[in-house]
Design a protein around this ligand. Structure first.
Ligand SMILES: Cc1cc2nc3c(=O)[nH]c(=O)nc-3n(C[C@H](O)[C@H](O)[C@H](O)COP(=O)(O)OP(=O)(O)OC[C@H]3O[C@@H](n4cnc5c(N)ncnc54)[C@H](O)[C@@H]3O)c2cc1C
Length: 393
């Protein structure tokens, strides 16, 4: 069946309307929102961008990121689940997995039988993943992994995680490889962080896990041995764009909430929307929205062009750069929009009972994960200065 973009948006809208009360309740109780997966399954959203030959809907990038924008309005937590499961979970399997590996994981992921996650970060390897210390050793028809992964979205609920490591004895010198690791085996130990130890997104699952002689069948290697860094960086293009799209949704929600509130709240004898300094905030949020929307759309269109010409390195380079630019811009714009929305709500804005305050706390992480502000600025600067001016390798 050909991909139906209108149907995807209808299903996304229905999902969003059902997930909102569940998210509000979970937020009030500061606990994991266990309704996201069942509701996404009900509305057939767990395989949005997975190919139809592997049980997904086969959404193009523009449609997929438009759906993530709508989901982003429900909060950064809800969108982060989809990023972990699809943008950085299913995407590398679909892009670098063998046909057998795709058949093993993607239909189950699309049906909601397997939740996916992406484990690159370690306690001592964040902005520079090359500083990781996870190792693997090939033993017959399997790989054996040892190491720790840290701050992994969906890490405590995932059935399979994309993990990365060096060959044993060659940490920092060998070439990183990428694997799909099942979490239901004895060598995999997961520990979810206490929800109250987080500044925002109390309803999300962020976990660390340890691998002690964790076994991966040889066919669960992504690409060839040594391809891991390429897999990680290629996956981050998809991940960054999903963060940018989600942040656009956050800005849209901040705008809707701010307009609604400012038109009814009265101070100094009139609705606060009539005060010029309140209109200044509203104008800024609208400009955050318009500029982010065009950057996300441009980056998604380029990703579609690049996907249509897989061997074209120039298109891939442009898609990578536009995704980094969209992510840097939209995450900062969302932070600004949420801050302004809080200001317009006054004392109520500061309360987590209202949406702007929750957006402000939740969206802050978007300037950290999938490439910090600083790393993205270095990447953007190197693109205009020239490769020989790269401030980091
Ligand atoms: C809620 C949450 C969810 C996450 N989900 C995932 C996930 O699903 N999978 C995953 O693999 N990771 C995930 N992460 C980890 C995230 O990607 C890292 O936190 C991020 O890459 C930054 O690494 P770090 O925290 O180690 O900071 P560090 O790398 O220690 O950086 C600290 C500061 O130094 C700056 N810095 C570092 N190097 C340079 C440099 N060369 N030049 C200038 N400044 C520099 C950074 O920009 C930052 O400001 C998640 C994190 C959070 C908080």
């Amino acid at each position: 069946m050909p991909f139906d973009a209108a149907r995807l948006m209808e299903d996304t809208e229905a999902f969003c309307q059902e997930v909102r009360p569940a998210e509000e309740l979970a937020y009030a109780e500061r606990k994991f929102n266990d309704q996201v997966v069942p509701l996404a399954k009900k509305h057939n959203l767990l395989g949005m961008n997975i190919g139809p030959e592997y049980g997904g809907r086969g959404a193009d990038n523009v449609s997929y990121f438009t759906a993530l924008t709508r989901i982003g309005r429900e909060g950064t937590t809800v969108r982060t689940f989809f990023s972990g499961h699809l943008s950085i979970g299913a995407y590398p399997i679909q892009t670098w997995g063998s046909d057998a590996l795709k058949k093993k994981y993607l239909p189950a992921a699309a049906r909601g039988e397997k939740v996916l996650a992406f484990g690159l970060t370690e306690p001592d390897a964040g902005s520079n993943p090359r500083e990781m210390t996870t190792t693997y050793e090939k033993k017959g028809d399997r790989y054996v992994l040892n190491g720790v992964k840290y701050l992994i979205s969906n890490g405590g609920i995932a059935d399979a995680v994309i993990v990365f490591g060096y060959p044993a004895g060659a940490v920092g010198t060998g070439r990183i490889s990428a694997f799909v690791l099942d979490t239901d085996q004895p060598g995999f130990e997961k520990e979810s962080f206490a929800v109250n130890a987080k500044m925002g997104m109390p309803t999300s699952n962020t976990a660390m896990f340890e691998m002690h002689e964790a076994v991966v069948p040889a066919e669960n290697l992504l690409g060839a041995e040594g391809d891991g860094f390429r897999v990680a960086m290629g996956t981050l293009v998809s991940g960054r764009l999903s963060v940018a799209a989600g942040c656009l949704g956050v800005i849209e929600d901040c705008l809707t909430e701010t307009i609604e509130y400012a038109k009814v709240r009265k101070q100094h004898g009139k609705e606060i929307a009539r005060h010029q300094l309140v209109q200044d905030h509203i104008a800024h949020i609208e400009m955050d929205r318009v500029a982010s929307e065009s950057m996300v759309l441009r980056a998604a269109e380029m990703k579609d062009r690049s996907a249509a010409h897989p061997g074209d390195k120039e298109l891939a380079r442009r898609a990578d750069l536009l995704a980094a630019q969209a992510k840097f811009f939209a995450t900062n714009a969302a932070w600004d929009a949420a801050d302004r929305a809080v200001q317009v709500f006054g004392g109520r804005g500061w309360s987590t009972l209202y949406r702007p305050g929750r957006h402000l706390m939740d969206v802050r992480v978007c300037r950290i994960y999938e490439g910090t502000d600083e790393i993205l600025k270095l990447k953007i600067a190197a693109a205009v200065l020239g490769k020989e001016w790269e401030a980091f390798k």
